[in-house]
Structure formats: structure tokens, C-alpha cells
Design a protein around this ligand. Structure first.
Ligand SMILES: Nc1ncnc2c1ncn2[C@@H]1O[C@H](COP(=O)(O)OP(=O)(O)OP(=O)(O)O)[C@@H](O)[C@H]1O
Ligand SMILES: Nc1ccn([C@@H]2O[C@H](COP(=O)(O)O)[C@@H](O)[C@H]2O)c(=O)n1
Length: 455
């Protein structure tokens, strides 16, 4: 695993803020969460925590949070960490996505994994040995904690005289690993002071925790913000230099081209390629795409990267396409296959899990168009029912990208992408049913262009 290079500062900051932070564990991809907070006074752990935690006197849970170092190596460490843990941990100890954040505080979220260890062999169990190795190697980049059930005799009455009535203990405590765990006793040193914190109930957050960090981590609202990420990648991903060079050659795009610019959006296999080609012929238009052709040599490379880097690449692609739009539209109409709506909708729908209700609320600034990105004259969203889309995908018989496969397998993800498309503002997209024949869809879109675009 790659190591983030510097800074203990965020690690220390997170450790110092425990009693203000909320932890949210994603129990399954359908979006059910366990939320808990930490307090110094003894209290019962929330019911969901007790239900999720394994039973038995040696049961432990663990949290591993990635929060030291610069954001690029941090994002890559988080990506690698999940696979690393899955490869090494015993069966039944699957890493669950964990977010730790200050409620309603933008950019306060740090990510990691929550582990439930039901081993009867410990402590220390095999899981704990694996985590000790990890901690040794990434002490500057990871915050690690263990959680254990309290024995009845350990605690006095808790808040409001609440007693720990259950025989096996309904209180759980968190212990932060800051000294080498082998040397630690029951109470692990917490940045110089010895204390344990109790796992306590808390309110569910207003929105999905990831919403706090979407701006300029998943969705970039200016060329400068996207380029900053690629600049930070220069040494780790040499291909980012080539991409930055191309952007450097991109003169500021013109905001008001002469002829209409029409963007066609939609999920895979909804008929974008078919329609854009027919529109080109029908209107004598030029045809563009985002990401633009000139970025094709690097696309697969950036598709392997975590969202921070991958999304910055697609964001930059829109600005290059925008310049081409400005040039093309001075002569004839321009048709564009995907643009900003795709970049933002997929990014938001991936950052947020679970049902559509977990998306940032309608009207959120996260759906706003970047001020420095030229807007097209019209955005058409092709919609198709899932069965027909799957049939078209199968008929076409090409390989699918990971995200396409996810769309197929994950009904909720598809719904989130479609809803995010609809919520984006700048130009809003006009939905067109793509189920009729290709010619009928073409005729309908030609009508829309005639009614909505000045030439
Ligand atoms: N209106 C239509 N009716 C029936 N089949 C269609 C229609 N439009 C396109 N198809 C067929 O559906 C398949 C997918 O179409 P197309 O490649 O145009 O979609 P796409 O949105 O560009 O996909 P991707 O985003 O994955 O490139 C193709 O086999 C195409 O021939
Ligand atoms: N403007 C864009 C275009 C695409 N993406 C990402 O690429 C995937 C879909 O691309 P296809 O070639 O299959 O059409 C999709 O998963 C998006 O994440 C983008 O972000 N911005």
C-alpha cells in the first residue's frame, strides 16, 4: 500500500475531537447505517451498535480511519485499504465503510472501515494482529481504535443514574491506539492522557455523511479546483502532466457561441450515440464528446483511481470540450455526447449510497453549474425503463465498465444517477423517452431544438 507522505496534524485533530464527532457505519449497500457518538460519561451503547456487535466476552470491534497526509495519497490509501483488509482478515470480519465527521461541518468527514471481530481466540485475535501490523506501517496516516464491551464491575452508574443492568454489559468503550498496541494495557494512551470513551446513541445526520465532502472532492466547481488535484498527482501519476498540458493549451472557452449547442445525456445504452449521430446528419452539426477524444489515451488510467482523482480528470475533460464547443459553434450547430450533467450526477450518486432520499436535497448548491463552465443551449436526458436498457446492453454485447455493471446490478444506484441528473441546475435537462424507435426519438429531439434554441 502506498504511504501518505506527511502530517500527523489531522490524525491528532481527529483524536482530539472524538466527543464532538459522529461515526456512521454503513451496514449494507442499501443504505442502512449505524450511527454513534462518544462521551466520557458511561452510558448504554445504542441498540443498533449492540445488535451489530458480535457477542461473547472476547468480542471486539475496530475502527480504522484514514486521515493523515496529503489528500491524494490519502484517497489512494483508502482505496487500497479495503482490499488489503479483505485479503488478510479472517472470514466473517468484513470491513464495513465507516465515516467520522462533525455534524453539519463541511469537509470534516474522514473515511475508513469498521470491523466486527467475533474471534474466540483473543485478545489479541488474528484480526488484532493484522491491525497491529497495519498500525505499525501507517501510524502517521491512520487513526485506529478498538471497542470492547464493559464488564459490569468496571463502571459506576452512568449518566442520570443509569445502571448497567444487563449481565454481559450493554456499555461499550472506545480505546484509541496511539502507543504501540503491544505495549498498551487496558487503557490505551490517548495522545498523552489515559481515557476511555463510551459509545453512546446520537441522532441520525440530516443527510448522508458523504454529502459533507462532495464539493471539490467528488464534484469540482471550477477548473482551478480540478487542476489542483491533478497538480498534486504529478509525481504519483505521471499521466496527469500530459492532461494538465492539454488543459494549459485550452484557451478560455467562449460563453456565447453563435449556433446552438445541444448536449445529449443519459445512462449507458439509452441511445446517445445513435441519436447524436442522427442529429449530426440532420442538422449538419459537428459532434463532440466529453471526455474529449484527446483525453482517450489516459482515460483507462484515471478510471482506476479513487473518486478524488478520477472525477478531477472528467471535470477537466468538460473544460476542454467547452473550448471545442466554442470553436465549433461559430460555424454550425454542435451536438455533445455527455457533459457536466454526467460528471456531476455519477459523482454524487457514487459518493452517496442507499435510496434516492440519501441524495443532497433538491436545491442544494451541490447541483449548481460551475460558474466558469460554458452552458449549452439545451440538455436532453434520454430515459429508458431498466428492462429495455438491459436488453439494449445485451444486444450490443460490448464489455461494460465497472460503473455500467454497477448500474445493472444496483437498482438504487441507477435511481440515484437519474435523480441527480434531474436535480442539476444551470441548464436543467429536458427528459425524452428513448423507448420509441430511433427515428421517433430523433424527430422529438429536433422539435425540442427548434422550440428551445435560437440559431
Ligand atoms: N430508439 C432505439 N430503439 C431501439 N434500439 C436502440 C434505439 N437507440 C439505440 N438503440 C440500440 O441500443 C444500443 C445502445 O445504443 P447506443 O450505443 O446509441 O447507446 P449509448 O447511450 O450511446 O450507450 P453508451 O453510453 O454506453 O455508449 C445499440 O445497440 C443501439 O443500436
Ligand atoms: N462527461 C462525463 C462523461 C463520462 N463520465 C464518466 O464516465 C462513465 C460513462 O462513460 P461512457 O463512456 O460509458 O458513456 C460514467 O461512469 C461517468 O462516471 C463523466 O464523469 N463525465
Amino acid at each position: 500500500m502506498a504511504r501518505p507522505s506527511r502530517a500527523m496534524s489531522l490524525v491528532a485533530a481527529v483524536a482530539a475531537q472524538w466527543s464532538s464527532r459522529v461515526s456512521s457505519v454503513e451496514l449494507d449497500p442499501r443504505g442502512s447505517f449505524l450511527h454513534f457518538a462518544l462521551r466520557e460519561r458511561a452510558r448504554r451503547a445504542p441498540r443498533e451498535f449492540r445488535d451489530a456487535a458480535p457477542g461473547g466476552p472476547t468480542a471486539r470491534c475496530y475502527a480504522v480511519l484514514v486521515c493523515g497526509g496529503d489528500r491524494v495519497p490519502q484517497a489512494r490509501l483508502h482505496r487500497d485499504l479495503g482490499d488489503w483488509l479483505r485479503d488478510r482478515l479472517p472470514a466473517g470480519c468484513d470491513p464495513l465503510p465507516l465515516s467520522s465527521y462533525l455534524p453539519r461541518v463541511r469537509d470534516s468527514l474522514v473515511r475508513g472501515y469498521f470491523l466486527r471481530d467475533a474471534s474466540v481466540s483473543g485478545p489479541p485475535s488474528l484480526t488484532e494482529w493484522v491491525l497491529r501490523d497495519l498500525h505499525r506501517e501507517h501510524r502517521d496516516a491512520l487513526v485506529m481504535c478498538s471497542y470492547r464491551r464493559r464488564r459490569k464491575e468496571e463502571d459506576e452508574d452512568g449518566e442520570d443514574g443509569e445502571e448497567d443492568e444487563e449481565e454481559d454489559g450493554s456499555r461499550w468503550s472506545q480505546h484509541l491506539w496511539s502507543s504501540p498496541p503491544e505495549e498498551s494495557q487496558d487503557k490505551v494512551q490517548v495522545h498523552g492522557s489515559s481515557r476511555c470513551l463510551y459509545v453512546v446513541p446520537c441522532e441520525a445526520p440530516d443527510y448522508h455523511p458523504s454529502v459533507l465532502n462532495i464539493a471539490n472532492s467528488d464534484v469540482f466547481y471550477s477548473l482551478a479546483e480540478a487542476c489542483k488535484v491533478l497538480e498534486e498527482c504529478r509525481d504519483i501519476i505521471p499521466e496527469s502532466r500530459a492532461v494538465l498540458q492539454l488543459v494549459g493549451q485550452t484557451a478560455a472557452a467562449r460563453q456565447s457561441p453563435g449556433s446552438p449547442v445541444v448536449v445529449i445525456e443519459g445512462l449507458d445504452a439509452t441511445g446517445k450515440t445513435t441519436l447524436t449521430q442522427s442529429l449530426r446528419e440532420a442538422l449538419g452539426a459537428s459532434l463532440l464528446q466529453s471526455p474529449p477524444q484527446c483525453l482517450s489515451p489516459w482515460r483507462a488510467r484515471f478510471d482506476q483511481e479513487p473518486p478524488l482523482i478520477r472525477r478531477a480528470f472528467y471535470a477537466v475533460g468538460n473544460y476542454i470540450t467547452a473550448r471545442q464547443m466554442g470553436q465549433g459553434a461559430s460555424q454550425a450547430p454542435v451536438i455533445v455526447d455527455r457533459y457536466w450533467h454526467s460528471t456531476a450526477a455519477y459523482a454524487i450518486a457514487t459518493a452517496v449510497s442507499g435510496p434516492v432520499s440519501n441524495l443532497p436535497p433538491e436545491g442544494s448548491e451541490l447541483y449548481l453549474w460551475p460558474a466558469d463552465l460554458p452552458q449549452p443551449s439545451l440538455v436532453v436526458l434520454l430515459t429508458l425503463d431498466p428492462q429495455e436498457r438491459r436488453r439494449r446492453l445485451q444486444d450490443r454485447g460490448q464489455g461494460q465498465t465497472n460503473e455500467e455493471q454497477q448500474l445493472d446490478h444496483n437498482h438504487l444506484f441507477r435511481l440515484r444517477v437519474e435523480e441527480a441528473y434531474r436535480r442539476i441546475r444551470g441548464p436543467v435537462c429536458v427528459a425524452v423517452d428513448a423507448a420509441p424507435s430511433a427515428d421517433k426519438v430523433l424527430q422529438q429531439v429536433l422539435l425540442l431544438i427548434r422550440d428551445n434554441c435560437r440559431s
